[in-house]
Design a protein around this ligand. Structure first.
Ligand code: NAD
Length: 250
């Protein structure tokens, strides 16, 4: 087992990538704290883990809210006694509009959910990860954090920010043996891409726009996150791993 007895928090654990990673981590022996703003889907993930004999709990969390994140870290340590792995994964898309047409409220929401949430996770988890002696943080960026795309200004900015925040934290906390890495998924089959799936004109293009000519599934992302969380990645920090079927080079 690659994460035996590790305690892992997964934000956005009710959604596609977060749920798959929660299940994968549990299969590898981790105790999983599923954190999500949506109680129904978060509790479902916990039920799935328990049905398979794993250990998990749900803590309702809005990653944009500092008090929620502080409560998440504190409760995790109270329930499972430690924190070893934080997967800062919760996020939202933005409606496809030019910057000049984007409402400031939407800009703020996308930046807060995708970037500030990662900052808050790092800020409040590091003191506990230091105690672990072998702490790991993985942040979810995106191919859209590596290259610009029309009509995705806030998402581009937030996911690009996640990559440099990852490098920053890797440099600041490496001396405590905390490794900090990012993943950059391409188009993955989860709810976040529903808006594109319904677009008959764009979907045939978007769904094949990578070297492998297909979209990915959340389990394929979970396997990459598992690798980064495990001791097999013990000399990897500050990196961004594309999980995109070759989307960024396409
Ligand atoms: N699916 C893709 O194509 C793709 C590609 C690149 C990056 N990503 C990123 O992957 C991450 C996971 O997304 P997904 O594809 O699994 O989508 P998803 O919509 O299935 O899951 C996202 C989860 O995050 C939760 N969430 C949203 N805002 C939250 C908040 N403020 N606090 C707590 N939880 C919140 C949602 O309730 C949901 O359960 C996101 O950061 C997303 O930007 C997805």
């Amino acid at each position: 087992m690659r994460l035996k007895d590790k305690v892992a928090i997964i934000t956005g654990g009710g959604g596609g990538i977060g749920r798959s990673t929660s299940l994968r981590f549990s299969q590898e022996g981790a105790k999983v704290v599923v954190a999500d703003i949506d109680s129904v889907s978060g509790q479902e993930t916990v039920s799935l883990i328990k049905e398979n004999g794993g250990e998990a709990c749900f803590i309702k969390t809005d990653v944009t809210n500092s008090e929620d994140i502080q409560n998440l870290i504190k409760s995790t340590v109270e329930i499972f006694g430690a924190l070893d792995v934080l997967f800062n994964n919760a996020g939202i898309g933005n409606s496809e509009v030019r910057s000049v047409d984007m409402l400031e409220e939407e800009w703020n929401k996308v930046i807060d959910s995708n970037l500030k949430g990662v900052f808050l996770g790092i800020k409040y988890a590091v003191p506990e990860l230091k105690k672990s002696g072998n702490g790991v943080i993985i942040n979810t960026s995106s191919v859209m954090g590596l290259k610009g795309q029309k009509y995705l200004s806030a998402y581009n900015a937030a996911k690009g920010g996640v990559i440099l925040l990852t490098q920053n934290a890797a440099l600041e906390y490496g001396k405590y043996n905390i490794r900090v890495n990012a993943i950059a998924p391409g188009v993955i089959d989860t709810k976040i891409i529903d808006q594109w799936k319904n677009d008959e004109r764009k979907w045939p293009i978007i769904s094949r726009a990578n070297a492998l000519g297909r979209i990915g599934n959340p389990e394929e992302v979970a396997n990459a996150v598992l690798f980064l969380a495990s001791d097999e990645a013990s000399f990897i920090t500050g990196a961004t791993l594309s999980v995109d079927g070759g989307g960024v080079i396409y």
